[in-house]
Design a protein around this ligand. Sequence first.
Ligand SMILES: Cc1cc2nc3c(=O)[nH]c(=O)nc-3n(C[C@H](O)[C@H](O)[C@H](O)COP(=O)(O)O)c2cc1C
Length: 192
Amino acid sequence: MTTIAIVYHSGYGHTAVVAQAVAEGVTRAGATPKLLKIENAAQDFAPLLEEASKADGIIFGTPVYMGDVSAALKAFFEASSKIWYTQGWAGKVAAGFANGLTAAGNKDNALGSIFVLAMQQGMIWVGTGLMPGNMEGNSKAAPEAMNRLSYSIGVGTQSDNAGPDVTPPSGDKDTARHLGERVAKIAAKLSA
Ligand SMILES: Cc1cc2nc3c(=O)[nH]c(=O)nc-3n(C[C@H](O)[C@H](O)[C@H](O)COP(=O)(O)O)c2cc1C
């Protein structure tokens, strides 16, 4: 059975909602999701690293804080240097998602940081594989549109200044489900 770890931080609960949607997508593909929540930058990361190491693929998720991944996810990345020494994650599938307050908000930079970590670890990167959600060009994509914010390196989602029970919108969660499903299917193919 293919297992996909979803390693994420969420200070205020919005990125956690996206992580949950990614997990639903993994399940939809017939694989097992393992949600691994980072609590803070000072915690002991050994148990999370151990769990992630057992998975066939790892999807990393972050809120965008000051244009980049949160300090807590960055601390996890640094703790993973022990695994880098032995290239313990090499060949595993990797992907990322980033949630911010604004439509852009430098999400590409946060996704880029996740991408670099995955490349240092010798992982196999999987993007969204989606066309932009706003192909008409002149109008905003609807809240229920897939990939409405038009990210390709990973999933970009947006939370308004409201609780995680109402935001991000359904299209963003569908896009997150798509990523989970896509990563799980590719990981299953690679391990076949
Ligand atoms: C310290 C801090 C810095 C932030 N910087 C950004 C930013 O650069 N870009 C952005 O779009 N949103 C930014 N935000 C907004 C958060 O990304 C947004 O509220 C998000 O929903 C938080 O996710 P969470 O609830 O999982 O923590 C920032 C929030 C905080 C607390």
